[in-house]
Design a protein around this ligand. Sequence first.
Ligand code: NDP
Length: 245
Amino acid sequence: MFPDLAGRRALVTGGTRGIGRAVVLGLARAGATVVAGHQRQTEEAESLRRELKDTGGDHLLVQADVADPGQITELVEATGTHLGGLDIVVNNVGTISHIPYAQLPLDEWTQVLTTNLTATHLVTQGALSLLGDSGSVINIGSGSGVVGLPLRAHYTAAKTGLIGLTRSLSKELGVRGIRVNLVSPGVIETHHAEGIDPAVKAAYTNRIPLGRIGTAEEVAAVVLFLASDVSSYVNGATFAVDGGI
Ligand code: NDP
């Protein structure tokens, strides 16, 4: 099932849980060497370290809060030192909250825009010199950013912004051989989705043609496709991984 990524070097943000974790493990099992960013020292980070060790590669976990531009610089520098360059960047970090728009505080707006959109911009810009004249950048958006959903105007604005960033960079960086694409998951069974009201989740699931919530591995499979040469002519695209909703 995995494309061959032997010899490829990858940076994944938010790599210790959920979709990011599935991407990190998928890349590592496909032969890539991976630097995984994360925010906190958790049991999930420790268990990922152990699982990565079993893949046999020289992978690295780096603790860096992507809300802090200085820590993004440190993450990218640590990546350069460890890998010597980059072939794949997966901008996966994203945070969400569910708040009526009329009560949405400015600091919450700023926090969600920062972790979803500004962090993707800063990681990608910082990684450019490591990518050189080839590579694949994959941004993780959301169905919210495509259709717009209530109670998350800030999150939706950030995720729609990622579509624009992806399209613009696919043209500006495409001319130098760097492909930029976006994966747009529907509801996926992760910690991130735990905050969704159970009734809302059930109603949503009823509307999914495939009749179920997705898994992190099903999103990672599309990320691996975009990371590999199998997708060599795919650039500036948005891939929905949402069961058809
Ligand atoms: P999770 O909440 O399960 O995992 C988030 C990951 O990001 C963790 O590794 C966490 O690290 C890390 N992280 C969070 N905040 C920061 C930060 N400030 N700095 C560095 N790392 C951070 O998320 P998902 O896997 O569910 O989501 C991944 C992406 O997919 C997000 O962009 C999300 O918006 C998108 N998405 C998810 C959907 C879903 O239903 N799950 C649906 C649509 C889109 P730590 O554990 O150390 O905090």
